[in-house]
Design a protein around this ligand. Structure first.
Ligand SMILES: NC(=O)c1ccc[n+]([C@@H]2O[C@H](COP(=O)([O-])OP(=O)(O)OC[C@H]3O[C@@H](n4cnc5c(N)ncnc54)[C@H](OP(=O)(O)O)[C@@H]3O)[C@@H](O)[C@H]2O)c1
Length: 288
């Protein structure tokens, strides 16, 4: 007996009827460097997604390298140079994506922008986290996830089985000096993820937060001196049970897994990919 095909299932030979949605696009905010760039290359390779990426142009060299790597996979790539953190830029970006990719084309949306103020809430010095910094950080690290999701849904851009992914760090478990504002914004992002998972679940979409430990990216080079970075690497080797730091490529490969059918039941989850980074903290402090 022949099993009837689901109406949204592509025909067996992989070709789609003319005018049918082609769920082959990944939207990546923060595509030019670090985690976003590695994810773009990885998902272009497997499962073979075309890339619509947004960045502001501050890493031109890294952007060129990412572009070359994605194009080498044979997939399509469209780069938009703009601030992705505002509702207006989400609307304009989604318009451009719709014009290129068509409705129900976005299989994967990854929010990989890093734009945060470091400092202290009560400092009297230049590192005071005044309202403008708080607003910008929340726009970049949290609110923009909602703005883009709203813009995608409004234009029916999400593919039937789309995966939406935010990125988290282990700073929700412990405090780290001047990163209080980042942690607060990530806490908001985590709640956005859970509520959007519930709202989008019935449509077949999945919304998750991928939590991973420190990986070497330009964001870290902004914050630390070379000496501090070397020390950081040493400390992570002591802290991580694997005896070394995680890499962006490892994170990117796992995003490919999360894009696959096997990961379709993850929803509203904070997925721990930290490799046990914080498990030994007390041991290291109390038994140095
Ligand atoms: N690095 C880590 O150890 C680590 C660990 C766990 C989680 N994460 C998370 O992973 C995400 C990416 O971090 P990363 O370390 O990979 O950062 P990164 O290397 O600094 O890359 C950030 C990317 O975002 C773009 N960007 C920043 N602000 C933007 C804006 N307003 N509009 C458009 N593009 C913008 C940057 O390009 P332009 O500046 O040119 O726009 C760049 O492409 C962040 O959410 C971070 O919290 C990182």
């Amino acid at each position: 007996m022949q099993v009837p095909r689901h109406p949204e299932e592509p025909p067996p030979n992989g070709t789609l009827p003319r005018g049918a949605p082609d769920p082959r696009w990944a939207l990546i905010l923060g595509v030019s460097s670090g985690t976003g760039a590695a994810i773009a290359e990885a998902v272009a390779r497997k499962p073979g997604l075309d890339i619509f990426g947004v960045h502001r142009g501050r890493y031109p060299e890294a952007a060129l390298q990412m572009e070359a790597r994605v194009r080498a996979t044979g997939r399509d790539l469209l780069l938009r140079q703009a601030d992705a953190s505002t509702p207006e830029s989400a609307e304009a970006g989604a318009d451009e994506l719709l014009a290129r990719a068509g409705p129900r084309s976005v299989k994967l949306f990854v929010h990989a922008i890093a734009g945060a103020a470091l400092g202290h809430f009560l400092s009297d010095g230049p590192d005071r986290l005044h309202p403008r910094r708080v607003q910008r950080t929340f726009d970049c690290m949290a609110h923009s996830f909602v703005y883009w999701t709203q813009a995608l849904v409004k234009r029916d851009l999400l593919a039937p089985d789309a995966r939406l992914l935010g990125l988290q760090n282990p700073l929700d478990e412990t405090q780290l000096g001047n990163t209080g504002l980042i942690s607060a914004a990530k806490a908001a992002l985590e709640m956005y993820i859970r509520y959007l998972a519930v709202e989008l679940g019935p449509k077949g979409h999945r919304v998750n937060l991928l939590k991973f430990g420190t990986v070497m990216t330009p964001a870290l080079h902004h914050v630390y001196s070379p000496e501090a970075l070397a020390l950081l690497e040493q400390r992570h080797a002591a802290m991580n049970p694997a005896g070394r730091m995680c890499t962006v490529e490892e994170v990117a490969r796992f995003v490919c897994v999360l894009t696959g059918d096997e990961a379709g039941w993850f929803n509203g989850a904070t997925i721990d990919f930290t490799g046990g980074m914080t498990l030994r903290l007390l041991d290291l402090v109390l038994n140095p």
